[in-house]
Design a protein around this ligand. Structure first.
Ligand SMILES: Cc1ncc(COP(=O)(O)O)c(C=O)c1O
Length: 390
């Protein structure tokens, strides 16, 4: 069959790391292997009933069978503003400071399309969520990795960024609680970020995907809580992790009105918002009791404790992650992140994500997801022990 040539933009797209990873796992599973998937960040529990019920009810509403308003329903934007006020004491104008997005993965790609031209630089965390790269590559901009090192508590060192990169930089992606390292950021770090961003005229995109998942009694700080943040950029929040709604594809951005306007402008061309029923159920999630969220965070904390104490017994020390649902394990001497992940899969059926897939500074680590039941994590620990003893 004739093969049509794709555009240069499509050719520039990097391999989708997680898609490649899952292909590998599927190949092993199709051979009948007994695998445990610790590699993906896919929430394993169902969406709480009251949110599902709200969608069911909304599906019967003929108003939602029509095209939704281009920029989404006002009731959803107001719910988002109320959520930010209640959770973070942040004031948002629902009309100009909130944009609804069909999942934050899409939104993060759109943001590069909105603000970068060829030759511009985007500062990205390294290791970091690989989808930041997609939009940057698509527009032909340059990526400047900001190494996240253990000795800096996995925060970027702004002084290490050369002046030419600062000069060309237009966007900076940040993500705390962090995927993949599990680190969190404090107010001082965000204050420094705002200072640097203002000095170099860089727009900050804070990806708050794991905002609801903080451990040891510490609630992760929203970037928007820090003075000056709204002037400096936006925060992207997804329903996927907080409410186990990954399959629903609902997210939003809040903050700087010019950035919100750009998101809505690009979306006017891509989408006509998202199904009204999804917006209704998402508003229900944000405005109802948050007991399900507290329970979720404590479930992940228990799983973290169980996994880390088991790994410790197996001889692998992992610093407890402070948020997100990932453990960032330094691979034993003699292995690369890929060779350790491969050996673990071949010898035990344990599937972990090699750190190199998150950037050069991810080398030497693998990411272990906490998206499995305690029972499965106990079995994973047994296999880690066997692997360590061989
Ligand atoms: C750091 C980070 N940002 C964004 C996303 C995308 O979330 P979604 O597209 O489900 O909103 C993920 C998903 O794994 C993530 O880990």
């Amino acid at each position: 069959m004739k093969e049509f040539q794709t555009s240069k933009a499509i050719k520039r797209l990097p391999d989708q790391f997680f898609a490649t990873l899952i292909d590998k796992l599927n190949a092993y599973e199709s051979k009948g292997w007994d695998t445990i998937n610790l590699g993906q960040g896919n929430p394993d529990q169902p969406t709480p009933d009251h949110i599902v019920d709200s969608l069911k009810e909304a599906a019967d509403n003929p108003e939602f069978h029509q095209y939704p308003p281009f920029h989404g329903y006002t009731f959803f934007k107001e719910a988002i503003a109320e959520f930010y006020k209640r959770e973070y004491d942040v004031d948002l104008d629902p009309e100009t400071e909130v944009a609804i997005m069909p999942g934050s993965k899409t939104g993060l790609v759109e943001l590069s399309q909105c603000f970068l031209d060829p030759g511009d630089v985007a500062l990205v965390p390294d290791p970091g969520y690989p989808d930041y790269w997609s939009g940057i590559e698509m527009v032909g901009a340059e990526m400047k990795p900001m190494p996240l090192l253990a000795e800096n508590d996995f925060l970027p060192d702004y002084e290490a960024i050369d002046s030419e990169s600062w000069e060309k930089a237009r966007l900076m992606f940040l993500n705390y609680p962090n995927n993949p390292t599990g680190a969190v950021a404090d107010r001082a770090f965000y204050e420094e970020t705002i200072k640097e961003a203002e000095k170099h005229d860089v727009c900050v995109i804070h990806d708050f995907a794991y905002g609801a998942i903080g451990f040891d009694g510490v609630k992760p700080l929203s970037f928007m809580q820090v003075e000056g943040a709204k002037n400096t950029g936006v925060e992207v929040y997804t329903m996927s992790k907080t409410y186990n709604m990954a399959g629903w594809r609902v997210a939003f951005a809040v903050g700087n009105p010019s950035v919100i306007k750009a998101i809505e402008t690009i979306q006017d061309h891509y989408f006509c918002s998202i199904f009204g029923g999804l917006q209704k159920a998402s508003a229900t999630a944000l405005l109802s009791s948050q007991a399900c969220v507290d329970e979720l965070a404590s479930t992940y904390e228990h799983r973290r404790d169980l996994l880390l104490s088991g790994l410790e017994e197996a001889g692998y020390h992992v610093e407890p992650c402070k948020g997100s649902f990932f453990a960032w394990l330094r691979v034993p001497e003699g292995y690369s992140s890929q060779s350790f992940a491969d050996a673990l899969l071949e010898e035990t059926g344990l599937f972990v994500a090699p750190g190199i897939g998150f950037g050069a500074s991810g080398e030497g680590y693998v990411r272990i997801g906490l998206n499995n039941s305690e029972e499965t994590l106990k079995e994973a620990v047994v296999r880690f022990k066997k692997f360590a003893e061989k």
